[in-house]
Design a protein around this ligand. Structure first.
Ligand code: ADP
Ligand code: MG
Length: 462
């Protein structure tokens, strides 16, 4: 009972689908540079200090590390350790961004469209490909290198635009956590939580296409460089790190939405293009903040969240009467700080302070993961750090969660790879309880507010 859902569903019917589901874990190796000694067998020389065997078909990763015998703690096989890991999936080193998307996001996205929260974490040492996996190559217009965030947006709008039986509202937030401070990377826009009548109309119109739209044709592939030029040419004041940093952030627990951060901007996005513009704007604000505050983005955590609200009608099982329903769910895409332990290097002054803060926040994440894996533990220390507090629902809560363990399979990074695989294994013991988030009762019933919205929508499409 360590993993009780923290988000009660308002309708009794939702209890029926309350099942635990453990966090799924996939391993993604990045390609090894030509200048490095690969640890991948059979490329690895037999006398190398470490070797890595990837077996994508069996979902296995095997690691062999030779250590100085005096560190071997009297093991029989003095100086050599062999480890065998099994995960939910192992990507090949040449897996494309599309392969990784197809192998990870679709089930979570499907859940989010139907009211189940989803979270994808990218974990691993600096340089292992976390940002590449989640966000793609910043500033690169090549759509092939797009990361999971942009691909999720595209897939989400495709699904929403082809759904004739529901009305969706999609909102986005983009948060950075650095040294236990929050930065709202979408804070410039005056528009916040409230949704205007005209945006509702546009959301409905977006659903009304059914293939034959009379809107101007959108290009199929969105040109990131052009979009960035567009953003800068709009000539609105750019955010500064001061604007992005707000001291008024406060956590709140919402009955249906779970843990939320009050004050964090949520932009309503009505099209794929608008959402991608928002994403790239957040990417740029991330670069601005790290430049102004003089830190490397590998030291911060970044979280893109897509909030999806769905209005639809459903026949009651006993009476057959149509009831209006609203579900609400969020998809978090989390690019974590580098997992390497910096303390052992000769860091000085502020670098050391920074390293300590980052190590602390990742070790708080580890503590939460370890506590959740231990059935006897009742108290889970979520509130020790902003990251674990914000992601409380994603770990041991109401969420379908996935960890992508990014590894750098060069001989010189074998220790970090081993540490990452061990953390990933602990994550597989964390159990969640995803439930459908049904929204408030004022929207329910044949004459509720939700009913009117859906009825109006139906009248429109008839
Ligand atoms: P991290 O965010 O984990 O520190 P990055 O995502 O910044 O690492 O990756 C480090 C470098 O390696 C970047 O230049 C990135 O483009 C490149 N890279 C990472 N993974 C891949 C991959 N699968 N294919 C091609 N290049 C990659
Ligand atoms: Mg990174």
């Amino acid at each position: 009972a360590a993993a009780l859902p923290r988000t009660p569903a308002s309708s009794a019917g939702a209890n029926a689908d309350r099942k635990t589901q453990r966090v799924r874990v996939l391993v993604r190796p990045r390609p090894v540079d030509a200048s490095e000694v690969s640890a991948l067998t059979p490329e690895c020389p037999p006398d190398a200090r470490a070797a890595l065997t990837l077996e994508p078909a069996q979902k296995n990763v095997n690691v062999r590390v030779k250590r100085d015998p005096r560190h071997a703690h009297g093991k029989v096989d003095a100086g050599e350790e062999r480890w065998a890991f099994k995960f939910d999936g192992v990507f090949a080193p040449d897996a494309t961004q599309e392969d990784v998307f197809e192998g990870s996001v679709p089930p979570l996205l499907d859940g989010v469209l139907h009211g189940y929260n989803g979270t994808i974490f990218a974990y691993g040492q600096t340089g292992a490909g976390k940002t590449f996996t989640m966000m793609g190559k910043p500033g690169n217009a090549d759509p092939h290198t797009r990361g999971l965030a942009a691909r999720s947006i595209t897939a989400l709008f495709r699904a929403v635009e082809s759904a004739a039986d529901a009305v969706y509202t999609i909102r986005m937030s983009y948060l950075e956590i650095y040294k236990e401070q929050c930065y709202d990377l979408l804070s410039t826009d005056a528009e916040s939580d409230g949704q205007t009548a005209s945006s509702k109309r546009r959301a409905k119109a977006g659903n009304n296409h059914g293939g034959s739209d009379d809107d101007e044709d959108e290009p199929d592939e969105i040109d990131r460089a052009a979009m960035e030029r567009d953003i800068s040419s709009r000539n609105r004041p750019r955010s500064t790190s001061k604007q992005m940093l707000r001291s008024s952030f406060q956590f709140a627990t919402h009955a249906q939405e779970g843990t939320t951060l009050l004050g964090l901007s949520r932009r309503t996005v009505r099209s794929e293009e608008e959402a991608l513009t928002c994403l790239f704007e957040g990417d740029m604000n991330r670069a601005i903040a790290s430049h102004e505050l003089n830190y490397s983005s590998t030291r911060s955590h970044c979280i893109v969240t897509l909030w999806v609200e769905r209005r639809f009608s459903e026949a009651e099982s006993e009476t057959g009467i149509m009831r209006e329903r609203v579900t609400s769910a969020k998809l978090h895409l989390v690019d974590l700080a580098g997992s390497e332990r910096v303390l052992k290097t000769n860091s000085l002054g502020s670098v050391l302070q920074e390293a300590k803060a980052i190590n602390k926040s990742l070790s708080f994440l580890e503590q939460v993961v370890v506590a959740l894996g231990d059935k006897r533990r009742e108290h889970i220390p979520y509130r020790q750090s902003l990251l674990t507090h914000f992601l409380q629902d994603s770990l041991g809560g109401n969420c379908k969660s996935l960890l992508i363990a990014c590894v750098w399979p060069a001989v010189s990074h074998a220790e970090q790879t081993l540490a990452t695989l061990k953390f990933a294994t602990r994550m597989m013991r964390v159990k969640n309880v995803p439930v459908r988030n049904n929204m408030g009762s004022d929207l329910e019933g044949p004459n509720g507010a939700g009913a009117k919205v859906v009825q109006a929508y139906k009248d429109e499409i008839r």
